[in-house]
Design a protein around this ligand. Structure first.
Ligand code: ATP
Ligand code: MN
Length: 456
């Protein structure tokens, strides 16, 4: 169907005086004495194109006035004092009608209401803006790593190792529910892979395998977690960016993470000005200044032990304890990043007992070389660490956790054959999108959000 994208026409005086064909969905319609107006949107831009219908020239336009219908319009592009340009219709074809029960009528709907119709909410300005930023950000992330020589690897989505993220793994099975097996072992032995399998919670372990060959790698794909927590920041299926870098220690990977976050935010500021102005107006006043401030200031680096001191001396009551050795809860994270520093904060050197087995043990015997990046409004967006590169120390940490060594043969081999200091992190794609857009619920960042008790 020959037509021109609305984004090409809007704000481009080249088309003024030319006759073009555009397509789109009707977003608003208004009828007055001699003329009628439509605003149409084809999804290529946040802005709509105004269609002017001269009733003397076009009489049969009633069904084009219905919100949500799709139209093809030919006509001349003219200047419009308010809106840049508009199209004077000489022909309108309704491609698909939209009866009066179209749910997105003129009034502004709440995000909660829109969540009940994921297939239609994408046609609103909010979701147009969210998904354009999402797409631009994905591209910026690939550009960042590609232009610096990282290899993009696709780690497996189905995994056979079961201990990481224990309890949060979705099982993958082809067994019928009425299998009649006597034991769990028998059940798994007869299953598709001949053993227990699940959906990957992280590509890190395989990412390390690739980094030990290609030096610098990143993954960008879905991770799955059976998070039984109903929060505005957790999805059961989310997209995960996981770089893994050989010959890098904790300070090196922190530098990479900060540089990457700043670079990709800069790209969004540059490429999505309309969308950011929209979020600023409707969701987070001050958003643009916030984003500009992020790219022009250093992130804070704060020792976990110091964070605990700050929390203990805060003149405020927390619901959860914050003694040395406790995991930081959302209320603690938000206090530190929002009220104390008001900028992104890397909390480093966590107690080893609350962190994963693979994190490098510090010489103090109590902490590991790990960091979470906390940001105002969202909390944790990155989990990061230097990995334990010493065979014996890794084995010791696994024994303490009662882990099954058979599942980690490959992983241990990496420490046996040419082990090197290496580090990596996991960035939650939807989490950083929340931070960049100011959207406060992760369900409004994913096309079809999956959460406990809800899949569509
Ligand atoms: P949280 O404490 O917020 O549950 P986590 O410590 O479990 O996060 P990691 O295992 O370190 O997270 O995962 C790396 C990153 O992946 C997190 O910093 C976050 O950005 C993202 N992430 C983790 N779990 C989820 C989830 N359920 N939904 C969306 N993003 C997630
Ligand atoms: Mn989690």
């Amino acid at each position: 169907m020959k037509h021109i994208d609305i984004r090409e026409i809007i704000g481009n005086s080249y088309y003024v005086g030319k006759t073009v064909t555009v397509c789109g969905w009707v977003r608003t319609s208004r009828d007055s004495k001699n003329v009628a107006f439509l605003e149409i949107n084809d999804g290529t831009s946040l802005k709509h194109l105004q269609v002017v219908i001269d009733k003397e020239k076009i009489s049969d336009f009633d069904s084009a006035m219905k919100l949500g219908c799709s139209v093809k319009v030919s006509g001349e592009i003219c200047e419009n004092p308010n809106n840049g340009v508009e199209i004077n219709a000489c022909d309108i074809t309704v491609l698909g009608e939209s009866p009066a029960d179209y749910p997105l009528q003129k009034k502004r709907h709440t995000l909660e209401f829109l969540r009940t119709m994921p297939h239609l909410r994408v046609r609103t300005n909010t979701f147009n803006a969210v998904f354009r930023v999402r797409s631009v950000l994905a591209s910026a992330i690939h550009e960042y790593f590609q232009s610096r020589g990282y290899v993009y690897v696709n780690t497996p989505i189905i995994t056979g190792s079961d201990a990481e993220g224990a309890g949060e793994v979705f099982r993958v099975t082809t067994q019928p529910y009425d299998h009649g097996f006597k034991t769990e072992e028998e059940y798994y032995a007869n299953d598709f892979f001949g053993k227990k399998a699940g959906l990957s919670v992280s590509g890190q372990l395989e990412g390390e395998v690739a980094a030990m060959a290609f030096g610098k790698i990143y993954t960008f794909g879905p991770s799955f977690r059976a998070e039984n927590s109903n929060t505005p920041r957790h999805l059961a299926e989310f997209w995960h960016i996981e770089p893994e870098v050989a010959f890098a220690e904790l300070p090196d990977i922190i530098e990479i993470a900060e540089d990457m976050i700043k670079t990709i935010i800069y790209k969004v500021i540059e490429r999505c000005p309309d969308e950011l102005a929209f979020f600023e107006k409707h969701f987070e006043p001050g958003l643009t200044d916030k984003l500009k401030s992020i790219i022009s200031h250093n992130f804070e680096v704060l020792d976990y032990t110091k964070a605990i001191e700050i929390l203990k001396s805060a003149d405020r009551k927390f619901n959860y304890p914050c003694d040395w050795g406790c995991d930081l809860q959302t209320e603690h994270e938000r206090y530190i990043t929002e009220e104390v520093f008001n900028k992104p904060v890397f909390v480093i050197n966590y107690p080893k007992d609350i962190k994963a087995f693979y994190m490098k043990q510090n010489p103090d015997g109590k902490t590991v070389a790990a960091t979470d990046l906390l940001v105002p409004g969202v909390g944790e967006i990155i989990g990061c660490s230097e990995r334990e590169a010493d065979y014996d120390k890794l084995v010791e940490a696994m024994k303490q956790r009662g882990m099954n060594f058979d599942d980690y043969k490959d992983y241990l081999d990496l420490r046996k054959f040419g082990s090197v200091p290496h580090s990596g992190f996991g960035l939650g794609f939807e989490r950083i999108l929340m931070y960049i857009t100011g959207m406060s619920n992760i369900r409004d960042i994913a096309l079809y959000p999956r959460t406990v008790g809800s899949v569509r």
